[in-house]
Design a protein around this ligand. Sequence first.
Ligand code: FSX
Ligand code: SF4
Length: 370
Amino acid sequence: MGSKGVSRRQFLKYAGATAALLGLSEAMVPEIARALEELASGKPPVIWIQGQNCTGCSVSFLNTNYPMVTELVLDKLSVRYQPNVMAAAGDVATKVIEDTMKDLSGKYVLVVEGPIPTKENGRYCTFGLEDKMVPFLNGRQRREDKPIEAWMNELVPGAAAIIANGNCASFGGIPAANESVTGTTRVIDYVAKIDKSKPVINIGGCPSHPDWFIGTILDYLINKKVPDLDQHNRPKAFFGQLIHENCERRASFDAGLFLEDWNDNDPDLKLCMFKMGCKGPVTYADCPIRRWNSKVNWCVGANAPCHGCAEPAFYKNLSPLYEPLPDIHFAGISALPDTLGWIAAGATAAGIGGHYLYKQLGKKEEGGEE
Ligand code: FSX
Ligand code: SF4
């Protein structure tokens, strides 16, 4: 790192930022610095490809609060292929993937953004070219486009681990909504068709939070094992608590103070947006604590209901975005304060509907997320 003009002091700042990202105490900084030094010299290879996505997750990553950590991940950890930031293009770029598969089989981390379309022989999403020639205009020929499906078939067997970055890659997200016409397949399902034992880490979010992605990849590389995951293969460190548990408007929810008309949306009142479609009660993510854009704000803080983008049920089963779910229940939330809050709210709770109250009381024991 010295050759890039990075001083020891700056390097320790990298380590401090990494500790903050992973939610670790400052006491861990020397240990993280040592691990990062080892990583930088070993250059763990990462191949980062994109399927059916809008590139929002990569843009989110590049907007991280920790630009030095981004540099570390992109440069020092040897990201060999990343379509949005790499200088190379065409065969020169894809040759890097081929060389990595050949030379570093079993060692590289495969990052996939967006799910895999499988209909029409995968032709809905391609990058790079096959060796095969196909007919083109005026009797000429051209090389066939290479589907991401074909890349996955080649890349998955040699990957040490796979990170599905963003809701689309992890759970199908937007491309899987409304009966996907492209045969959208979640990364974890596609990988299972090739090798069921291959570890897949899902990072929800549309887009994923840069901390969730960088924190997960560094955690994996530093500790040399897959981090603790929940039932949907999401790292517990970032997806362990409900939005609703930590929401700054939770007191309004408990008191039955709900926003019912967007024209009354005075942010100072901090009215709960449950009746306007907030999916915070069924969404596991640390947005209220971590916040977005250098900790400036988050959806509810900006007067927008949580859309549940970290959840497997997003988008299809958590929409319409601005309507409450008909069968929402409150499993996983400490039931007693909710129950007391709702009963104390009286007429307001009745206004939401006995249906919800019934579900809440009836399902408080169940656990689970959807
Ligand atoms: Fe999906 Fe991500 Fe939303 Fe976009 O990689 S999670 S549409 S922000 O870019 O895939
Ligand atoms: Fe916050 Fe939404 Fe829960 Fe209301 S329903 S307290 S706005 S997370």
